[in-house]
Design a protein around this ligand. Structure first.
Ligand code: FE2
Ligand code: FE2
Length: 197
């Protein structure tokens, strides 16, 4: 184990050596993360269409989309601050692999979102630790931003899980157990690259 307690009890812990591979190309890492934050904002907005009849859930998803849009802007600003250019989106093989396994519509979309947030949280925590002493990613400003992101994504993981439980009841709990096994299998098959997943 790497010492981190993820918000959803992920089955597989990322080895701390992963972070060394991830920060090998910091501009690629930040570019990928900017694209991820943008997709997270869009995903929250898309999911809100399924909760139009539930005001509390609609507000929660709107707030979540705002958080992600704020993260997107700040990662872009960090790229600019470091003097790096946003690179093209290479896609996210982790999210793609999870979505390929989905078969239960909205329930799976919510649980996949929860898992991606939980895994992001774990990996941001590892990046925060690995960044200390790095010429660019070791700055106090960047490390405090990572800490803020990590806490925010942990809250998002719990929000998506609670949305799934409120809409689908006990089915959400058993399906999450199934998904935790699948997520553990998927994360072990993916090669490491300069990206959060
Ligand atoms: Fe985010
Ligand atoms: Fe998030």
């Amino acid at each position: 184990m790497n010492g981190f307690r993820p918000p959803l009890n992920l089955r597989v812990a990322t080895p701390p050596t992963w972070a060394e591979a991830a920060i090998a190309d910091p501009a690629a890492l930040l570019s990928d993360h900017a694209h991820c934050e943008k997709k997270a904002a869009l995903n929250a907005l898309n999911l809100s269409q399924s909760f139009a009849d539930t005001p509390r859930a609609s507000v929660l998803l709107a707030r979540l989309a705002e958080d992600e849009l704020n993260h997107f802007r700040r990662v872009l600003e960090a790229l600019q601050g470091f003097g790096w250019v946003l690179r093209p989106d290479q896609g996210n093989p982790y999210a793609q692999a999870l979505h390929k396994l989905a078969s239960k519509g909205l329930l799976d979309r919510l649980l996949i979102a929860a898992l991606i947030e939980a895994r992001s949280c774990e990996r941001l925590w590892l990046l925060e630790r690995a960044g200390t002493g790095h010429p660019d990613l070791g700055s106090a400003l960047w490390l405090s931003f990572l800490l803020e992101l990590e806490r925010c994504e942990a809250g998002h993981a719990l929000s998506y899980r609670s949305l799934a439980e409120e809409r689908f009841g006990v089915l959400a709990e058993s399906r999450l157990e199934w998904w935790l096994d699948r997520e553990g299998e998927v994360i072990l098959t993916l090669p490491w690259r300069s990206a959060v997943h």
